[in-house]
Design a protein around this ligand. Structure first.
Ligand SMILES: *Cc1c(COP(=O)(O)O)cnc(C)c1O
Length: 385
């Protein structure tokens, strides 16, 4: 989809990696190219999604929200997946791939802890050793997920450089991989060097594949699809099979305290072209190319880059982006809890807040509810009066 043989989506993407990683990345590319066409691999993956993860996730018509916004609003319930978010779709796929490649050890980076938990879960299931790199700051604000990873048998390694968040955890994971190239690195979003964005998009595309079937069954067509974006994996998953359809695609970024506040993670607005974590994309940086520390109340959204496919879609205005402040996300979360009895992840609350920004009157809309809010309860309780 849109990607050339060197892993470029238009001008974005590619694999800007140190010499030491050429061989492991090439090995990964070969393995993925062969297994993505392999019927046995596909069958095993889909079986696990069904029996273990609990897919297909429901497409739920939120009647109360629909009445309020005078639209037909559906929620794609990724929050109901085992481990509470869409991340498991990708972790199961990549760990299965690692197993086929006879890898014994898995590493991963994590922000909100969801990808760490999903990967630790897949490793426990498939009997592989698991090390998860996590920023010290995120370890503090996402304590329940740290405990879950430990309970699942993973080792959590604190990243103490920079802002001590996701980008720093990613740097540490890459450094570990360079020194231990026999390890399989499970990347949690559509970022990193080619072929990672392609691999993650492939495994997350199950979301829009199901949506198509589910809408067909009720004889409806979505006109607008909304998803939040950290790196962009749940959004790519929700958009994938609709990219060539006449459907509006909206992304919600972590606007933090506001675009001019210096405390934001709205990469599509504040970012410029550059290279981060092995791929050419849009990222937040100063005039000297130093990465700007991102900020969002939501640990899953404070990443200074965005996946190369999104950079491409933004450039050609195939997607429209909205930056949602912390306040707006908190309000949207509270609204969903009170009106529909669903406590969303803070990340997903950003997608929900977009309802306030666009006129959706009489439109058929899907919001990808990327995760559940259990991990964010403390933040909700201390910020909502
Ligand atoms: C990690 C996470 C995100 C952000 O990651 P994407 O790759 O942009 O999807 C969004 N929602 C939840 C619940 C997450 O855990």
């Amino acid at each position: 989809m849109l990607i050339d043989e060197h892993g470029f989506y238009g001008e974005y993407g590619g694999a800007y990696i140190p010499e030491m990683l050429h061989q492991p990345v090439e090995e990964l590319k070969k393995a993925f190219d062969s297994y993505k066409e392999d019927k046995t691999f596909e069958a095993e993956y889909l079986q696990l999604l069904k029996d273990y993860v609990g897919r297909p996730t429901p497409l739920y018509k939120a009647e109360n929200l629909s009445t309020k916004y005078e639209a037909e609003i559906y929620l794609k319930r990724e929050d109901l997946n085992h481990t509470g978010a869409h991340k498991i779709n990708n972790s199961i796929g990549q760990v299965l791939l690692a197993k086929r490649m006879n890898k014994k050890r898995i590493i991963a980076e994590t922000g909100a802890g969801q990808h760490g938990v999903a990967t630790a879960t897949a490793c426990a299931l498939m009997g592989l050793e698991c090390k998860v790199f996590m920023g010290e700051m995120d370890i503090k604000r996402q304590a329940p997920n740290v405990s879950r990873m430990k309970m699942l048998g993973a080792e959590v390694i604190p990243a103490s450089s920079g802002s001590k968040t996701l980008k720093d955890a990613t740097n540490e994971a890459i450094r570990y991989w360079i020194n231990n190239p026999d390890t399989f690195y499970v990347i949690g979003s559509v970022v990193g060097p080619h072929p990672y964005p392609q691999i993650v998009a492939h495994f997350q595309s199950i979301i829009s594949k199901e949506m198509k079937q589910q809408f067909k069954a009720i004889q409806r067509q979505p006109e607008v699809i909304i998803a939040c974006v950290g790196g962009g994996s749940n959004a790519v998953g929700a958009f994938y099979h609709y990219l060539n359809d006449p459907v509006k695609l909206l992304i919600a970024e972590g606007g933090g305290k506001g675009l001019d506040s210096g405390l934001s993670a709205a990469t599509s607005v504040l970012g410029t072209d550059g290279i981060i974590h092995g791929s050419k994309t849009i990222l937040m940086q100063d005039e000297n190319g130093q990465i700007t520390e991102p900020y969002s109340i939501s640990a899953g959204l404070d990443y200074p880059g965005i996946g190369p496919l999104h950079a491409h879609l933004i450039k050609y205005q195939r997607v429209e982006s909205f930056s949602i402040t912390d306040e707006e996300a908190l309000t949207a979360a509270q609204q969903l809890a009170k009106m529909e009895g669903i406590i969303p992840a803070l990340e997903s609350a950003h997608a929900l807040a977009t309802l306030e920004k666009v006129d959706l009157k009489n439109k058929c809309v899907v919001i990808n509810l990327s995760g559940r809010g259990d991990k964010d309860l403390e933040t909700y309780i201390s910020n909502i009066s």
